[in-house]
Structures are given as C-alpha cells and as structure tokens.
Write a new protein. Structure first.
Length: 181
C-alpha cells in the first residue's frame, strides 16, 4: 500500500473516502468507466469499456499496485465510486523520471463539489514524495471545466498538441499543461 486512506469533505458537506484502487475494485471501476465515458467526450474511453475484460482490468490494477512509481486513487461517497485519478512517472530512466503524468475523472453528479481537486491534490503529494518535479497532462482545448480546474491548481498551458483526438472523424487539439511541484 502506497497510500493511507483519507476521509475528506466535499462542498455539500458529505464525506468522501479516498483510497488506493486494488484488483478487488475492478468490477466497480469498469462500471464507473462506462458511466464517465458516456458523460463527456473528453476521454479516450468513449462508449464505455466494452473492450476491457474483468481479468484484464484486475491485472492492470495489480500492476498499478505493485508499481512504486504509479498510484491510482478512487474516491467514494456514501459507498458510490464518484471520482478516480491516477498518476505515474513517465519513465524511470534518469533523463525522464522528473516528469509525472496524470488523469482524472468524476461522475457528472459530483461535478463542482471539489472532489476532482481533492483527488488531484493527493496525487500531487504522492508524486512529490517519489521525487517528481513536473506534473503534466493533456486536455482537450474545449474542456473548459478541466482547463479551469487545472489553472486553478497552478497548471499552465505550455503547448498545443495538434489532432490529439479523432472523434467521429473530426480532429481535435489538446493543450499540454504542466505544473512544477
Ligand atoms: C474535469 C473534471 C474532472 C472536474 O471535476 P469537478 O469535480 O467538477 O472539479 P472540482 O469540483 O474539483 O473543481 C475544482 C476547482 O476547479 C475550479 N473550477 C472549475 N471549473 C472552473 C473554471 N471553468 N474556471 C476556473 N475555475 C474552475 C472550481 O472553482 C474548484 O475550485 P474550488 O473548489 O477551490 O472552488 C470533471 O468535470 C470530469 O470528470 N469531466 C469529464 C472527464 C474529464 O474531462 N476529465 C479530464 C480530462 S483531461
């Protein structure tokens, strides 16, 4: 275990439990990804997780658990999986291990409650603890909520990655954002 479970409050006063995802969460995570994949077109997952198998997801989560340079967190509210985020060192090679990359999602019903921010802050603390110096991410240029959240947390737009996504035949750019931690 790389992360000790934490209980925090979101804006409506409800408590959330943030913990490290384990292989036992695989089924719940697949169901969650089906939902968040359908709630926006901001992610690579689109019509849910039909291409993922339960065994594949369990193996992936086990690998994450055993990887000292990566952390996947889940946030639950009243037992419901409400948000999820992960961070990993881009490469363990000396020339690249100062950089960590992360991803974040929250169920639409929980947007605006500070849950994504809470998870990201935990991920950043972990990254700092393992020696990362820069956190980076890619975000679709029209994802104003995501960009607003990242700027709020001190990330800056560094570059535009052209044609990062191809959605229904249309290319969409993404911003590369970074935060020095
Ligand atoms: C992007 C996403 C993770 C944001 O989740 P969220 O739970 O609504 O975010 P939070 O409530 O934690 O927002 C946190 C902060 O960002 C700020 N914020 C949000 N939108 C903002 C905006 N447009 N401008 C400025 N600040 C903004 C909020 O004020 C809040 O700060 P505060 O708590 O100090 O007031 C969520 O909308 C989501 O899952 N979207 C679909 C998937 C996705 O886009 N993932 C990111 C891919 S790069």
């Amino acid at each position: 275990m790389k992360y000790a479970e934490r209980v925090l409050k979101i804006k409506d006063g409800r408590g959330i439990n943030i913990s490290e995802a384990t292989a036992n969460d695989a089924e719940e995570i697949l169901a969650y990804m089906d939902i968040v994949g359908a709630e926006s077109d901001n992610l690579f997952v689109e019509e849910g997780t039909k291409s993922f198998t339960l065994e594949g997801e369990r193996n992936f989560l086990r690998a994450q658990e055993n990887n000292e340079s990566a952390l996947m967190l889940i946030a639950k509210c009243d037992g419901e999986l409400a948000a999820m985020g992960d961070i990993h060192i881009v490469t363990t090679r000396p020339r690249g291990r100062h950089r960590a990359s992360f991803g974040i999602t929250a169920k639409k019903a929980f947007w605006g409650q500070g849950i994504a921010k809470a998870v990201i802050e935990e991920l950043i603390a972990f990254a700092r603890g393992i020696g990362a110096e820069i956190i980076e991410l890619e975000v679709k240029v029209d994802n104003t909520r995501g960009i607003g959240l990242y700027k709020h947390l001190g990330f800056k737009i560094m570059a535009t990655h052209k044609a990062f996504f191809k959605i229904n035949g249309e290319y969409t750019d993404a911003y590369i954002m970074q935060k020095y931690i």
